[in-house]
Every structure is written in structure tokens, then in C-alpha cells.
Design a protein around this ligand. Structure first.
Ligand code: ADP
Ligand code: ADP
Length: 230
């Protein structure tokens, strides 16, 4: 399980201005693929299409052979663990945040995921808003720590597909190294689509797919973005 197949996917947010043109991409079960390319090329958009926040103008997206449009949008998102650049946290302890969406997660699994993502010192604390005074039981988390909590959430989730959007963007070296460990924890044995410019993260991928802006792509038969194995 965990095969993902995009065939001839064309999509634009505005009519007549395609962001993706005739994109083909196949992820095999358990494979980690890195999407690489300039800012604005449409990498995040590929993730949003898989989450069915948007539907393509043409082409199909399939998960284990089934057209995503045959599922409800809600059930699509339950099959997928998504870690955006700026993940949300609930007003609940970090352990509850990590278990959120995973009905069967045990305390031991949550603790293990928190340890692997280096957020275990916060497990039973509440994430605070930045303007709240730091008091008993609260923890004010940095952007990198919030991403690690979201990666721990992905690690315990039953989803067989993991989507990660620039997990190490704008982090210092130590925080980035912890995030790389967290990505390893979240993606083991699961199909993963990873958007990153970070060589340390791209190294975790089995394959790198280069996405080029559709405006720069030649028209006609050669319009497909180039793909290359590393
Ligand atoms: P394989 O490992 O069998 O080559 P790939 O998924 O790497 O499988 O590629 C299968 C075919 O799909 C290749 O011919 C490749 O050129 C094409 N392809 C893969 N990714 C893209 C992409 N992002 N855009 C256009 N064509 C692609
Ligand atoms: P990447 O992840 O490769 O940097 P994105 O997928 O974020 O690229 O964006 C691709 C293009 O789509 C960009 O030109 C961006 O400005 C545009 N875009 C992204 N989201 C929206 C949106 N909600 N409405 C209109 N245009 C958008």
C-alpha cells in the first residue's frame, strides 16, 4: 500500500495560467521522493492537489489505484499525514497534539515519537501563544519545535502517505539537524513526498524529481518537467 500516481496533471489557480502542466509522477510504496525546483515552480501545489484542497483542471491523481475524486475530501486527508511549513498546534498538551488524528496511538508510541523528534521535554506541557507569559506547565515553542511536533504527529499517524513541505526552511543548524532526524522518524517505511532545497534532507530521498516552472517549459510534447534520478 501507498502507491501514488499523478498522470497528465494540469492545474492553475487562475484560468489560462497553469502552474503545473501535464505532470506525471509515480511514487512506489515506501519510496521517498524529493521535489526540487525554484520557488514558485508549483511544488507545494502538488501537495495541495494530493490533499484535495484543490482538484486538477486535467489529469488524474490516484492513491492505491483509486482516483482521489472518488473519496470525500475529508477521507483523503485522513489517509495522508501533512506537515506544512507552519504547522498548527491545538490548545492541548504536546502528547495530545501528537496523538491527534490517531485514534489508536498508545502513550508509548507518542513518547517514542516525541523522543525521536527531540520534543520529549515538552510532552505534558501546553504550547503557549507567544504573547502569553511563560507559567506552570506551558512551553513556548520555536518554529522548528512546532514542526517537530507535527512530524511526531505524522510519525504516529496511520496514514500511509506523508507530505512534507520544506521542513528545514529558515532553521538554525542544530534545529535543522533535529528536524532531519524527525523526518527520518516520520517517513520510515512510508511513501513520502518531500519538498526541500536542503541537501541534508534530499539525501534521505530515494529519488529527486525536478519541477520546473510551467512558464519556462517549452510548449508541446516536451512540456513535461524534467525528472532525474540521483
Ligand atoms: P522510473 O523509475 O520507472 O523511470 P519514474 O517515476 O522516475 O519511474 O518515471 C517514469 C516516467 O515518467 C519517466 O519516463 C519520466 O520521464 C516520467 N516522469 C516522471 N516524473 C515526471 C515529471 N515530474 N514530469 C514529467 N514526466 C515525469
Ligand atoms: P513552490 O512550492 O514551488 O514554491 P507553489 O506551489 O507554492 O510553488 O506556487 C506555484 C505558483 O502558484 C506560484 O506562482 C504561486 O504564486 C502561485 N500560487 C500558489 N498558491 C496560490 C493561490 N492560492 N492563489 C493563486 N496563486 C497561487
Amino acid at each position: 500500500r501507498g502507491t501514488v500516481e499523478l498522470r497528465g496533471v494540469t492545474f492553475g489557480y487562475e484560468p489560462g495560467r497553469p502552474v503545473l502542466r501535464d505532470l506525471d509522477l509515480v511514487l512506489r510504496p515506501g519510496e521517498t521522493v524529493c521535489l526540487f525546483g525554484p520557488s514558485g515552480a508549483g511544488k507545494s501545489t502538488v501537495l495541495l492537489l494530493l490533499l484535495r484542497l484543490w482538484d486538477p483542471d486535467a489529469g488524474t491523481l490516484r492513491h492505491d489505484g483509486v482516483d482521489l475524486r472518488r473519496f470525500t475530501r475529508q477521507s483523503v486527508r485522513e489517509r495522508i499525514a501533512y506537515v506544512p511549513q507552519d504547522p498548527w498546534l491545538l490548545d492541548a498538551t504536546l502528547a495530545q497534539n501528537v496523538a491527534f488524528g490517531s485514534r489508536d496511538a498508545t502513550r508509548a508510541q507518542v513518547l517514542e515519537a516525541c523522543a525521536r523528534t527531540h520534543v520529549d521535554e515538552f510532552v505534558d506541557r501546553l504550547p503557549l501563544r507567544h504573547d502569553t507569559p511563560l507559567g506552570e506547565g506551558g512551553a513556548r515553542l520555536s518554529g522548528g519545535q512546532r514542526r517537530r511536533v507535527a512530524l511526531a504527529r505524522a510519525a504516529v499517524s496511520p496514514a500511509d502517505l506523508v507530505l512534507l513541505d520544506e521542513p528545514t526552511a529558515s532553521l538554525d543548524a542544530v534545529s535543522a539537524a533535529h528536524v532531519v532526524e524527525a523526518v527520518r522518524a516520520a517517513t520510515t517505511r512510508r511513501t513520502t513526498l518531500l519538498v526541500t532545497h536542503d541537501p541534508a534532507l534530499a539525501q534521505l530521498a530515494d529519488r529527486v524529481v525536478h519541477v520546473i516552472p510551467s512558464s519556462a517549459a517549452p510548449t508541446g510534447a516536451a512540456a513535461r518537467p524534467e525528472t532525474r534520478k540521483e
